[in-house]
Ligand binder design. Structure first.
Ligand code: PGA
Length: 228
């Protein structure tokens, strides 16, 4: 199965988020290829909006198979006196996944490897699956992690995606345990996604800019579906 994950980052007003969802649902209804991909569990969608839309989006996807909601981060803290924090326990009814250790969190918030490990434990403790982002082989992957997203910093938001062969080389270099789900992220678009999604070594994509347009996002997913 190919994971098609949209990271909206700090974009979209509430009315834009509503419009996005409306279009997403109506495009899926019209596209037999996507419906087949979802029914046959060849693909799944995970949308990761800003925190304050999690409740709305999770209501919208209720009853949709293979369509999930994720957060872009979780707090390092359990619930408590932590103004402005968002503990995993407070989101567990709304999300199935959580992006953890995104390079923008590491650089903007100086997030450490220890904090990332704690966040991974917190999410699992709440029944949420973490998607751990690494920038390269120097970033440790917590033992517990089941999904890792390789996102080279030079490819994020630059329009300069990493060649598929280099992504696969990195995967081999990481010597991941066999059960580990391996994703790529960095300037993925519908024009460059085909090779990643047809590669058996890559289990899906973490998509920033191109996920902001539902049609573009869905077009990417179509490459994860085999027609035979
Ligand atoms: P991008 O972002 O697709 O806009 O490069 C990817 C990410 O940061 O997860």
């Amino acid at each position: 199965m190919k994971y098609i994950i949209g990271n909206w980052k700090a974009y979209k007003t509430f009315s834009e988020a509503q419009d996005w969802m409306k279009s997403f649902i109506s495009i899926i209804k019209k596209r037999a290829d996507i419906q087949k991909g979802l029914e046959e569990k060849q693909i799944c969608f995970i949308m990761c909006p800003p925190y304050h839309y999690l409740s709305f989006l999770s209501e919208q996807v209720k009853g949709m198979d293979q369509v999930f909601i994720g957060s872009q981060d979780v707090s390092v803290h359990d619930p408590g006196k932590y103004t402005g924090e968002m503990p995993a326990a407070l989101m567990k009814d709304m999300i199935s996944y959580a992006i953890i250790g995104h390079s923008e969190r590491r650089s903007l918030r100086n997030e450490t490897d220890e904090e990332i490990e704690t966040k991974v434990s917190h999410t699992y403790a709440q029944g949420i699956e973490p998607i751990v982002c690494i920038r390269g082989a120097d970033d440790p992957i917590p033992d517990e992690a089941g999904i890792v997203a390789y996102e080279p910093v030079e490819a994020i938001g630059t329009g300069s995606n990493m060649a598929c062969r280099d992504v696969i080389d990195m995967k081999e270099n990481l010597s991941l345990p066999p059960h580990m789900t391996f994703l790529y992220g960095g300037s993925v678009t519908r024009d460059n996604c085909e090779e990643y999604l047809s590669s058996p070594q890559i289990d899906g994509l973490l998509i920033g800019s191109a996920s902001l347009d539902p049609e573009h996002f869905i077009d990417i997913a179509a490459y994860g579906i085999t027609t035979t």
